[in-house]
Design a protein around this ligand. Structure first.
Ligand SMILES: Nc1ncnc2c1ncn2[C@@H]1O[C@H](COP(=O)(O)OP(=O)(O)OP(=O)(O)O)[C@@H](O)[C@H]1O
Ligand SMILES: [Mg+2]
Length: 375
């Protein structure tokens, strides 16, 4: 756990005093990712540097796992912390392998163990160890260097990670990929992480909690959903953007709102039976499934009411299906693309897994508003 207590930093400059951190109080529980988010110059890097003792706080305290860090010496302190700096900062005269092994070497690790670890970590972030271990930083792209910066901080397996815009130099597509890789890694490693970002989308995706900073102060510290649903003030609302409701869609999976018991029918079923079944269930559509339980079409009650024949004769093709694991942003995007109020969902094997509808999506968004308002 990281706990900051009234952490303050003022810089004396020829033009007066700059307050880079103003009585910052916050707690990051063990194993969680906290995103420090805010405009340029609001004090994010200063906060990280104070935690890593690269900057001496003017006043206030930093506790790591309950221990007042001002009582530890720098070496003891930094051993517990992996730091990814904003400018990547690989040593240009060292190979990638040497760069990754810097801290393990300082800690007196056996070099064979350190080198094995370097190769494993490279593979973990999608860089072929054979190709990259012996190269120098200037022989890597900016994004590749940034990945090395991240794994260098992980090399000695510290419980705490401080990451200053770790994916800032990576293009949007690869950024999504490396964010996903990082989250997978975190699910196993469960580090306690302070992660600086400018980017609200990155914050919502990566953060268990998000702290929004302005001019050295925390304006709001909350879960991403709470920040999007209930911005504490106009500054936060403005910072997270007018599309904040759309951003919340990303935090909910189709599975959470899908109706898994929505009616289904086989192609050979009789429409007379089906219309009765739909009427008594209060449903207006049935998804047609094949013998392997794959969704293959649908029928509407309006069209089959009072009719005779088999379901196959009244079948419409499905405009699209969505994976049940998809987030609601992807689902709603498909709904708009196909001008439909509902979509059939599939599981990992392509089998029918329920129906997600626009009213269910809006209800889910409303539910969070109400829960929080009641609290
Ligand atoms: N050594 C220093 N001397 C004087 N002022 C400083 C010093 N370091 C930082 N500052 C000032 O402190 C404030 C916070 O800077 P900091 O680098 O923490 O911002 P940041 O939120 O990380 O910004 P960015 O998103 O641009 O990286 C800024 O106004 C900056 O100019
Ligand atoms: Mg910064």
């Amino acid at each position: 756990m990281i706990r900051l207590e009234d952490l303050t930093k003022t810089f004396e400059t020829p033009n007066g005093v700059v307050v880079a951190a103003d009585k910052v109080n916050m707690e990051v529980p063990t194993g969680e990712i906290c995103i420090l988010l805010g405009p340029s110059g609001c004090g994010k890097t200063t906060a990280l540097k104070m935690i890593n003792r690269l900057i001496q706080p003017t006043s206030g305290k930093i506790y790591i796992n309950g221990e007042d860090t001002s009582k530890l010496n720098d070496i003891e302190h930094r051993r517990k912390i992996g730091y990814v700096i904003q400018q990547i900062g690989l040593f240009p005269n060292m190979t990638i392998e040497e760069n990754i092994c810097v801290v393990p070497k300082l800690l007196g690790w056996d070099m064979k163990k350190a080198r094995t670890r370097a190769a494993e970590l490279l593979d973990l972030v999608g860089l072929d160890a054979k190709q990259f271990l012996k190269r120098y930083p200037k022989e890597l792209s900016g994004g590749q260097q940034q990945r090395v910066g991240v794994i260098r901080a992980l090399a000695a397996d510290p419980p705490v990670m401080l990451m200053d815009e770790p994916f800032g130099a990576i293009d949007p597509i690869n950024r999504e990929i490396i964010q996903d890789e990082f989250l997978k890694m975190q699910a196993e490693l469960k580090k306690t992480i302070m992660f600086v970002s400018h980017d609200i989308d990155e914050a919502v995706k990566m953060g268990d909690k998000v702290a929004i900073f302005r001019a050295g102060r925390i304006e709001q510290y909350d879960s991403p959903d709470q920040i999007l649903a209930h911005p504490a003030n106009p500054f936060v609302a403005d910072f997270v953007g007018a599309d904040r409701t759309l951003k919340r869609l990303r935090l909910v999976s189709a599975e959470e709102v899908a109706d898994a018991d929505a009616p289904v029918a086989a192609r050979s079923a009789k429409v007379a039976d089906l219309s009765q079944r739909l009427s008594s269930a209060g449903a207006r559509i049935a998804v047609i499934i094949d013998s392997d339980h794959h969704p293959v079409g649908y029928v509407t009650l309006d069209e089959i009411a009072g009719a005779t024949g088999s379901v196959a004769e009244f079948a419409h093709p499905l405009p699209a299906t969505v994976p049940i694991r998809a987030d609601l942003r992807a689902v709603v995007s498909e709904m708009f693309a196909h001008d439909t109020m509902w979509l059939a969902c599939t599981d990992d094997t392509g089998r029918y897994a329920g129906v997600v509808s626009q009213p269910a999506v809006t209800a889910a968004l409303r539910a969070t508003y109400t829960d929080a308002d009641a609290a």
